[in-house]
Design a protein around this ligand. Sequence first.
Ligand SMILES: Nc1ncnc2c1ncn2[C@@H]1O[C@H](COP(=O)(O)OP(=O)(O)OP(=O)(O)O)[C@@H](O)[C@H]1O
Ligand SMILES: [Mg+2]
Length: 250
Amino acid sequence: MSSISLTGVSKTFPRPDGTPLDVLDGVSFDAPDGSFSAILGPSGCGKSTILALIAGLDQPTSGSIRVGGRPLSGAAPRIGLVFQRPRLLQWRRVSENVTLPLERECGREERQDRARRYLDLVGLDGYADYYPAQLSGGMQQRAAIARALAIEPDILLMDEPFSGLDEMTARKMRQELIRIWRETGKTIVFVTHSIGEAVFLSEQVLMIGHKPAAVRKRAAIDLDYPREYGDPAMFEIETGLTREFLAMTG
Ligand SMILES: Nc1ncnc2c1ncn2[C@@H]1O[C@H](COP(=O)(O)OP(=O)(O)OP(=O)(O)O)[C@@H](O)[C@H]1O
Ligand SMILES: [Mg+2]
């Protein structure tokens, strides 16, 4: 079971002068097992902070996070995380970056097989032996996506993973992501600035308002998959959400 549930999650960080900055204030939402949720919000509102808390990289100041019905504490569950920046190890080849999280659990052959499979999937076949600095920014980001997928996690947290890609590559990656999600039944939480991307991908859009952040609106996107670019129904939902989003953040 890989549901995610946040109840009244707040997070306060110290400012450089030591005074507290309330970033999250009572963030609550449910992402059922196998669901696809998008978190949409303006820059600096706390989206990456929410993902870091779910991943167990940091603890909330108050409130509770449950993953698979259990409180998040101690050993982190099996979660794949795509950070906002690629965070590859510069001294390791691309394939070794992808298989790094697998070194304890898989033999050499299995690791090579997974590196090949997931690098292929993100369109980086032929780049396994490159070092990260020899790739473009978007290619590095795709390598980071391959690394997150290679552990074959039940939960995938993605922080604006396609924002550095050209639109055609981003479209292809979104379609691939939907295919993987439908084939594997992962629970996915996807952070984005793009309303169109949120509507294309997700079953629910969680709109975050800021200072401090909370979920201001949950919109269910009731359209069948796979979705088509240019679908008028999708465009209509996007236009409605854009209006609400502007009213919320303006
Ligand atoms: N470790 C930290 N220490 C202090 N402040 C932090 C820390 N991490 C985040 N913050 C603050 O929390 C707020 C939210 O940051 P966060 O990175 O979650 O925003 P975001 O919604 O992901 O923004 P963007 O869309 O630009 O990526 C910002 O004001 C940031 O300065
Ligand atoms: Mg962020």
